[in-house]
Ligand binder design. Sequence first.
Ligand code: BV8
Ligand code: ZN
Length: 243
Amino acid sequence: MDFPTELISYLHAATRVAVLTGAGVSQESGLRTFRDAQEGLWAQYRPEDLATPEAFDRNPRLVWEFYAMRRLKAGEVLPNAGHIALAEIENRFPAFTLITQNVDGLHQRAGSQSVIELHGNITRARCSKCDFFLEKWADSGDDVPPCPHCGGLLRPDVVWFGETLPAQALSAAIEAARHCQAFFSIGTSGLVQPAASLAFAAKERGAVIVEINAEPTPLTPSADFFFQGSSGKILPQLSRALN
Ligand code: BV8
Ligand code: ZN
């Protein structure tokens, strides 16, 4: 991929960069995106129908199982070249913020340091009653494990549709978007709010918008640069071009 020299020279002079990633960045590690159809047992469900508090209230075991399957899968796969390139690119800028909508923890495993998890992390659980957080819990087969503190049902520590994002993470992400000189939107369909509005907040404050995605999105017409293709290929090329 040839990057326009104006972009590379702009980035060489930049000190503050923000990146938003979505499920597309983990696709080449073998994790399904939200738009991909699920497989097997889960083929009959749409993720957005399971990723809601109502679904959990209605059928906690089904939702717990859905996340247990995804947690297992996330543990089995490896960060791909795109994740690794982002960890390299981070070191080229004094102020670099990686904001992710992904809950798979692959950015941290690839070595990214400053990761803001807007939608939580599938490897953690929390109590649906007393908000006790835990990284490990005694597996109880198909049943939803009880909270060791209050006996309430555990739930994955992720943000479901209709739930508010963690206030601290969201304000840090807005801050990074407002103060960056370049904002990258990578592997996201740009449909889920409020994450999708970060790029526009950056643009409003004069940031150059760079989108890397397999297909155009609602952001594309507003992006200064749009590179269509797979992030696992384009990001290593960008990392080399920034050398
Ligand atoms: C909230 C965790 C309200 C769980 C997730 C305003 C307007 C309209 C709707 C709303 C609105 N404000 C709020 C809403 C409702 C809702 C929403 O946005 N709905 C959408 C569907 C219209 N938002 C919410 O409910 C949010 N909460 O705003 O609270 C509120 C306010 C006050 C008080 C109370 C409540 C919460 C949203 C968070 C939901 N949780 N994840 C879990 O993971 O199970 S979102 C989940 O879906 C993911 O985290 C991700 O963010 C999203 C999927 O989006 P993407 O990551 O973009 O993935 P997707 O599959 O869509 O796209 C992948 C892209 O990659 C594609 O474009 C593809 O072409 C590309 N691609 C694929 N392979 C590659 C690639 N690109 C490059 N390389 C490749 N190899
Ligand atoms: Zn509890």
